[in-house]
Write a protein that binds this ligand. Structure first.
Ligand SMILES: [Mn+2]
Length: 282
């Protein structure tokens, strides 16, 4: 058996199938771990969702910010960016099944056998792994709750705080936690989150130049232990294999590559499939 972690697919189903052929993936023998953002921007989001879902126990897919955006739109929150970008859901006769599956995607995953922890974007410096797991459990229960998922997205705060607001009334702290786990890239040197950079937009805004005043979240994380920390989301930073960190978003939908790394054999060569550029900007 082999266990492969795969970067952000973004609807690039032809390239995903090519990648699985390249690693000789064998359903029934091997396992796949997706870091999230299966959908949006690429040519076949619905096909990618159905393909990964139909792998059943052979695959674990984390929830990315694009899945969060889909849930927000599908649960009733008016969202112009949703209707503009995710029109493919209009064509899905199996929308109820896809929506139900999306709601169940985990925010984090820990594999004790491999000592590998995964998340879509990152972890707030200052939070412990236990804090992260608590938020992830609370969020998953909330997103699976018919009575709360709509109000949760309807009560998205107009701006996110740059640090953990602590216990709050309503959903403010869980919105912050969800955004950290699915959107975090940059922090101030003191660990406060940089959600956006004035005057810059799109993924290019998060290119970390050597003279940047900001730091990557993983440069600030000081968790003890040796578990490997696998994430995606940061296409402009590209493949990152530094110490215990493994960043897998190599920008396939932007004309980069789709990456698979064998988690059970860390010294095995990585496999990458080049992709055409399906989009030019956010
Ligand atoms: Mn993402």
């Amino acid at each position: 058996m082999a266990v492969y972690a795969i970067g952000d697919v973004h609807g690039c189903l032809p390239e995903l199938k090519t990648l699985l052929q390249a690693v000789n993936f064998h359903p029934g023998r091997d396992q796949l771990r997706f870091v999230g953002d299966l959908i949006n921007r690429g040519p076949d989001s619905l096909g990618t969702l159905r393909f990964v879902r139909d792998l059943g126990d052979q695959a674990i897919a984390l929830m990315g910010n694009h899945e969060v955006r889909a849930l927000s739109g599908l649960s009733g929150r008016p969202d112009r960016s949703f209707s503009r970008q995710m029109h493919f859901f209009d064509q899905a006769p199996d929308l109820p099944e896809l929506y139900a599956w999306l709601r169940g995607l985990p925010l984090t995953h820990y594999d004790a056998d491999l000592d590998v922890r995964m998340v879509h974007a990152g972890y707030l410096p200052g939070w412990s792994p236990e804090t992260v797991e608590t938020f992830a459990r609370q969020l998953q229960a909330l997103l699976l709750d018919d009575a709360r998922i709509g109000p949760f997205f309807a009560q998205h705060p107009p701006t996110l705080p740059d640090q953990d607001p602590g216990p709050t009334d309503g959903f403010a702290r869980l919105h912050f936690a969800l955004s950290v786990l699915t959107r975090l890239r940059l922090c101030q040197p003191d660990g406060r989150v940089v959600w956006s950079i004035p005057g810059r937009s799109g993924g290019e805004a998060f290119r970390l130049e050597p003279d940047s005043p900001y730091r990557s979240w993983h440069a600030l994380l000081d968790w003890p232990g040796r578990e490997r920390l696998v994430y995606g989301h940061w296409a402009i930073a590209g493949l990152n294999r530094t110490g215990r960190f493994l960043g897998l978003d190599s920008g396939c939908v932007y004309g980069g590559k789709l990456t698979a790394v064998r988690l059970d054999h860390p010294d095995a060569p990585i496999t990458q499939i080049p992709c055409p550029c399906y989009v030019t900007a956010e």
